[in-house]
Design a protein around this ligand. Sequence first.
Ligand code: GLA
Length: 748
Amino acid sequence: MPIIFHKKTKEFHLYNEKISYIFKILANGHPGHIYYGRRLTDRDSFGGMIEYALRDMAPCAFEGNSTFSLEHLQQEYPSFGSGDMRFPAFELERQDGSRVVDFKYQKHEIYAGKKKLPGLPAVYVEKETEAQTLEVTLEDAQLGARIVLSYTIFEAFPVIARNTCFYCGREGITLLNAMSGSLDLPDKDYEMVELAGAWSRERHVHIRPLAYGIQSIYSLRGCSSHQFNPFLALKRKNADEHSGEVIGASLIYSGDFLAQVEVDNFDVTRLIMGIHPNEFRWELRPGEHFQTPEMILAYSENGLNDMSQTFHKLYRTRLARGKWRDKARPILINNWEATYFDFNEEKILALAQKAAEIGIELFVLDDGWFGKRNDATSSLGDWQVNREKLPSGMKSLAERINQMGMGFGLWIEPEMVNKDSNLFREHPDWVLADSRRNYCHSRNQYVLDFSKSEVVDHIHGQIRKVLGEANISYVKWDMNRSFSEVFSNGKDRSWQGKARHQYILGVYSLYERLTQEFPDILFESCASGGARFDPGILYYAPQGWTSDDTDAVERIKIQYGTSYVYPLSSMGSHVSASPNHQLYRHTSLETRANVAYFGTFGYELDLTELSEEELLTMKGQISFMKRYRELIQGGVFYRIKNPFEHNSSAWMVVSKDQTEALAAYFRVLQPTQAGFERIRLAGLRADWEYAVTEEMGGTEQCLGEDRHFGDELMYGGLSVSDVSSGLRGVAREKQGDFLSRLFHLKKI
Ligand code: GLA
């Protein structure tokens, strides 16, 4: 996996078995992009791929030469105003207001491994031999300022990790835009894949053809958002899940972001990604520097599913950290949809007792345990146990639950405050809002100014105390509103343009402190469901609450979309009540579990109201999940049939050694006189024979066994027809809407 520098041609070639990434230092000293894609054999020069053209009105860098124009050259980290008219990767302002810059190659360094990004999440190596890093330093001689472009290539992944660092020189500068990276591609024959949605409809897959001009997704909400995810992919028109060329781009960041694709009028495509430049203004004084978040580029010539598998493996094993990274996740019960705010010790213990009886491993006490919080109007910021609700206190409650054989977990929302709280009464200026004006509430709450270290320190003190006083083995860290009227009270003008990024650095620093101080605690992130389901948070919390929508049918699309980037081990997925609390839809317990198995799995409903029969079914589901969770959370995930395109859908997980798999089939509405239907499985060994059984997790019943070779299952397909004459026909009385079926495959 070398990084080679061809001195004579000043070309850099980063490659591993699968990919090549090539760029060179152009005649004007700027780095020009040459190629990113399938691996090329190394040679002295790839310069033939750079095209210089004479085009009318193009600003040209050298007198007497009318073909060297940055407007028409592909670049690595383009600036604005020196010929290039496209949207730049960075923009800065000098003391006198000039934004003209000229950063030229100064030096480079190649080293084994990868450095950490101080204060920021990033992918990492465990051994230096896993990756190599190239740092290219560019300098603007007049300013004495430097830009360091960093590129890491891994041996085992078809990815390039990029980040950028700005160093101030003799003269103070103000960064107005500082993208993590930029990628110019020579044509525009791509479609843009994005994950978009809303609260309770997160990460639906949307695909649009590229058009001239700018197309982008973004967040300016202070979190990565329900609306868009910091990810996009460019796929060839003929690329699908299992074939064709795809470039995926993912930003390891949890705040405001921009992911943008510009197609210029000569069909060059420019992808940039980074902190959103609106609301961003970062002053640097001599001696100071600014580090951007990291951006991951993943290349695949085998379709979207292959791209996703790359992200899954990279993020599961080289982004997530800590004791829980590689461990099967505990099956939990969360009391939110069981009780909402209306609980007391008795109710909690009764629920816990039922949970313990059916084999649940972790009890999670959600919102409402602190201050005097009985609804959403008060107490955020006062992280002391509510003795009226829980008279024996947290330590004793945790002990009682531990005695039942379960771990004990707690919900917190450390970044927020209600006006009705001691914290707000003492520190009204700690809200991130212009307190001289009216400012919006959302769910009656306000954002604490985490850009200030004293605020983060104060909250840290409170939360550390709570976590230290009771035996807590899990924390659900919530964040339930978007930013508005952002202003950091009492801070000077220059701070205001930094506040939104400083806020996220504050969140990361609190996460870092708490995860270091409590290394045994499993952290799950949450933001009104999935408003901060991003790679940045995954560095601290190896799992996240995928969506507040727990309806099984809606969850198929949400989890399917989420799987474009995020591994199953990161997706919080619970069985909740029927009718569902968000959509009032009735679904069978079996279907609810069949969807929730493909994630971290748990329950979120009032067990004390269920029948013995239902509890027995759940008991079966729990032992089923215990048997298969290693396979599910650590296996290779395949999307088989797309729920955005069909009434039925399917996905599967295959063990790394391909000897075992679990496949799920879901059908939303029951068609009348249904046709025959097969799902083509994936990831199996063509020449191995598999025993295929249909599983009913809850009853631990296997509905018979068939035998098929891998090639038949993958190229012919597995029959899921209602009327199939074989073992797998569905009995008529079992048919109907919201049907789901689960198949287990084992190599014979
Ligand atoms: C958010 C979360 C829910 C729950 C509530 C509690 O909406 O997404 O899971 O924790 O807050 O207030």
